[in-house]
Design a protein around this ligand. Sequence first.
Ligand SMILES: Nc1ncnc2c1ncn2[C@@H]1O[C@H](COP(=O)(O)OP(=O)(O)OP(=O)(O)O)[C@@H](O)[C@H]1O
Ligand SMILES: [Mg+2]
Length: 267
Amino acid sequence: MIVERLSTGVRGLDELIEGGIPRGFFVVVTGEPGCGKTVLCIHFINQGILENDKNIYITTEESRDSIINQAAQFNMDFNKAIAEKKLIIIDALMGGEDPWTLKSLDLEALVNKVIEAKKYLGYGRARVVIDSISAYWLDKPAMARRYSYFIKKVLSKWDFTVMATAQYAITTGEAHGFGVEHVGDIIIRFKRVIRGGKLCRFLIIEKARQTNHSLYAHEISITAGQGLVIGKKLEVRREDYILPRYIYDKIISIKKKEAKEFNHSNL
Ligand SMILES: Nc1ncnc2c1ncn2[C@@H]1O[C@H](COP(=O)(O)OP(=O)(O)OP(=O)(O)O)[C@@H](O)[C@H]1O
Ligand SMILES: [Mg+2]
């Protein structure tokens, strides 16, 4: 059976997952703040606009205008797409008065709103971004699995391919709420390191069901005009694993001392 795959709209990313995201999949995008999760979601939606899909973006972290402005920096006209009934941005943060806002982080209200938006946009292949999904269980992380399963089950019936972001707890390096990664069909993980005093970001496909995906971490860049672009495979550099000289000297001196003591006790 040939799987229909949706392009992510990110240069270099589709190749890592055999051409794109299988239609109807639930993709989890995860990683620390400022790594590119929202930027990836914007590309995914813009690609949907280009392909005449029905597109819905739920924003819980930033206002609707902030998403529109970020897209505009990458030459993507979200205002035009909204006017042409190709896109609805549901604002779950600002709580305004128009029909596409949500007043609280209630999961059932969210799903109902998404279905209402889909009915408004019309029949056909659809994409939905939930940015972020972990906002829905921040105060009840034990519900993560059940909530994400519920969303996946309901939305797949409405011909949605879902991209949901999940944040990482900086303190523990764990995803907020246990379980979304098991429900997700694909996990795209962003990571960051400081190398030579510079912030370096990269991305790895941690999981992709029914897909012979790349197993490598890839460097990424985000720039005005282009947005997110996947770069080359991450090389293991000498400075990534070599120990600083003073730690190395300390280990050698401890080893020497231990050897000396061992020799003495065996005399
Ligand atoms: N015009 C631009 N030029 C260069 N870099 C940009 C531009 N716009 C955004 N960025 C980069 O993208 C980053 C924001 O990425 P994004 O909003 O996708 O983060 P995120 O992973 O969604 O974070 P969070 O979890 O906080 O929502 C900025 O910190 C900046 O480094
Ligand atoms: Mg974000």
